[in-house]
Design a protein around this ligand. Structure first.
Ligand SMILES: [Zn+2]
Length: 400
């Protein structure tokens, strides 16, 4: 057994306190760099100091809590910003669980543990902005030019924290690895009555924008056989990918056409143009490639059969991230000790800061159940006993 004992009441009390910054009913509205986000970060920095760690805001508002001395240590944490309509645990759980384990480790006489609350994971200025900059994937000068939907630049946003922030980034070389605890944000653990997920990979995400062009025309006078209806092209494309992906995918593979713009979008006009974005996610690079090829083939054949043009643009790819085997083993052993037979390996279908941090050091993640699988919604919740169990698993695996 580990000698690191967390205090469940202190963990829950801090989670409830963090929830109060930007609280809306059961949920939270605390976007990156909003007044309540900055207030929450200041409060967190006080809690970090009280835990015997040194709080440091880096130039983009990522908040680190560093143990005394310059010895190497493990880093725990997640993010403390939320979606514009967010749940109270997404990100917050990993930050507070990390803080609880770090201060329990101080009380136990070691090992030294550092914590982090990344900034703008939820993408006000783009996906996972804070960890992307820290990991070197996004140069600060480029990040400064990013804007939110209101036109505010990242440079302006971070200047609102200028008085708090250091000029230098924290040296990633001082950390031996990163473990991010997080709510699952999906239904797998809850629907199987399991309590811990040991993440084996974070899925890769591909997306592609298509524009289908046909012939806009009169919806009363144009015979069906002569139409070049862009919307019907999209319907055929969507049906065909559903059919043909069945031979390629696993139950964890997902694909979505979530954004569609139809032109001119009028009742009595045969649509001449439709733009849409298709996104697909899987943990295996090779499967993502096969899906890409199948989709492009279907696009070409649909175009030919319906006299349409399919134009592709804005392909984007985020590679899948494999979790570190050594850190995973530590989480598995701790999960088996505290939740025997009641945990599973699983991929993360959502992107997390750990994916960026994996550029710098070994990373791993553990999940606790989301009730009903609901997240990015005010209703997001997790049973208190599962919040406590997740922190115990974290404490056990760092003590191992
Ligand atoms: Zn999150």
């Amino acid at each position: 057994m580990t000698g690191i004992t967390i205090e469940p009441n202190r963990l829950l009390k801090d989670l409830y306190k963090l929830r109060s910054f930007g609280a809306r009913g059961n949920g939270v509205v605390r976007p990156a760099f909003s007044d309540c986000d900055i207030a929450a970060r200041k409060w967190l920095s006080e809690r970090i100091k009280e835990a015997g760690l040194n709080p440091i805001f880096d130039p983009v508002g990522n908040l680190f809590g560093l143990p005394p001395g310059d010895g190497k240590c493990l880093l725990l944490g997640s993010h403390s910003d939320t979606q514009p309509e967010g749940g109270w645990l997404d990100g917050a759980y990993g930050v507070i669980a990390g803080l609880e384990v770090a201060r329990a480790a101080v009380a136990a006489g070691g090992p030294a543990i550092a914590v982090v609350a990344f900034q703008d994971e939820e993408g006000r200025f783009g996906p996972l902005t804070g960890s992307r900059i820290w990991s070197g994937a996004l140069p600060l000068a480029d990040a400064d030019k990013l804007t939110d939907t209101s036109g505010l630049s990242f440079a302006e946003a971070r200047s609102s924290m200028a008085g708090l922030c250091e000029e230098a980034f924290v040296d990633p070389g001082r950390f031996t690895g990163f473990i991010e605890a997080h709510i699952e944000q999906g239904p797998v653990l809850d629907s199987h009555s399991e309590t811990i997920g040991v993440v084996d990979s974070i899925v890769g995400i591909r997306s592609e924008r298509y524009c289908i062009r046909g012939q806009q025309n009169h919806a009363g006078t144009t015979p069906m056989a002569l139409r070049r209806d862009a919307f019907q092209g999209l319907v055929q494309f969507a049906n065909e990918i559903n059919k043909q992906f069945a031979d390629i995918v696993t139950p964890a593979t997902v694909w979505t056409i979530g954004h569609v713009t139809l032109h001119p979008n009028a009742t009595s006009i045969v649509p001449g143009r439709v733009e849409f974005i298709v996104q697909w996610r899987d943990a295996e690079e090779e499967r993502l490639d096969r899906m890409t090829a199948v989709m492009r083939d279907i696009a070409a054949r649909t175009a030919e059969s319906r006299g349409l043009e399919f134009e592709r643009s804005a392909f984007s790819a985020i590679q899948p991230t494999q979790m570190d085997r050594r850190l995973m083993t530590r989480i598995e052993v701790a999960a088996e000790q505290l939740a025997a037979g009641n945990w599973r390996h699983m991929p993360s279908g959502a992107l997390h800061d750990a994916a960026n941090v994996s550029r710098l050091m070994p990373v791993a993640m553990l999940f606790v159940p989301s009730i009903g699988g609901v997240s990015h919604d005010f209703a997001e919740d997790t049973a208190a006993e599962h919040l406590v169990l997740g922190a115990r698993v974290l404490a056990t695996c760092i003590g191992a």
